[in-house]
Design a protein around this ligand. Structure first.
Ligand code: PNS
Length: 161
């Protein structure tokens, strides 16, 4: 079975993430979306909330499953027999760091990283920008899965800081 992982913070998942998941699900037999836990970053959403949002947004993709992981991505891949990491690339500004991580991961265990160009429509899209715009009252409905948009507005209303 050809299995790939799409790792990320997903705080929160955007239409850009979903586009990459849908296209990866078309190429691989199984795609695991791994929410990576970064203990140095306090997210707007808990890891469980991110996983729920991803499960809801990707419910139409039968070969996609959601998981979380605390530690090295290559170790997750080793434990789950995953040979490919799929990453969306938005712009050349993403490339330097992504290349560095891809080469490090390849060198650590041989796991390969495949870069998938985002659709031009999503090339400006990031979770942090969406959060910032939404916090100041900007309309981000068209940038997020419906379930994520609803939760984001609720979270901002509950905790406007
Ligand atoms: O959505 P993000 O924050 O851009 O995702 C970055 C992420 C989580 C994929 C990356 O930081 C990662 O792979 N972290 C797991 C820890 C790890 O393996 N670090 C070494 C990378 S070479």
């Amino acid at each position: 079975m050809r299995r790939a992982v799409c790792p990320g913070s997903y705080d929160p998942p955007t239409n850009g993430h979903l586009d990459i998941l849908e296209r990866a699900a078309d190429v691989f037999d199984e795609v695991v979306v791994a929410v990576l836990i970064n203990k140095n970053k306090r997210g707007l959403f808990t890891v469980d909330e991110r996983m729920e949002m991803l499960a809801e947004a990707a419910a139409h993709l039968p070969n996609v499953r959601i998981d979380s992981w605390h530690g090295l991505l290559v170790e997750y891949c080793r434990q789950h027999d995953i040979k490919a990491i799929v990453k969306g690339l938005r712009a050349i500004s993403d490339f330097d760091y992504e290349l560095q991580m891809a080469q490090m991961n390849q060198q650590l265990t041989g796991v390969e990283t495949l870069f998938m160009p985002t659709k031009p429509l999503n090339s400006f899209l990031s979770s942090s920008l969406v959060k910032e715009v939404a916090t100041y009252g900007g309309d981000v409905a068209h940038l997020l899965p419906e379930t994520v948009h609803r939760r984001l507005l609720t979270r901002i209303a509950d905790d406007p800081s």
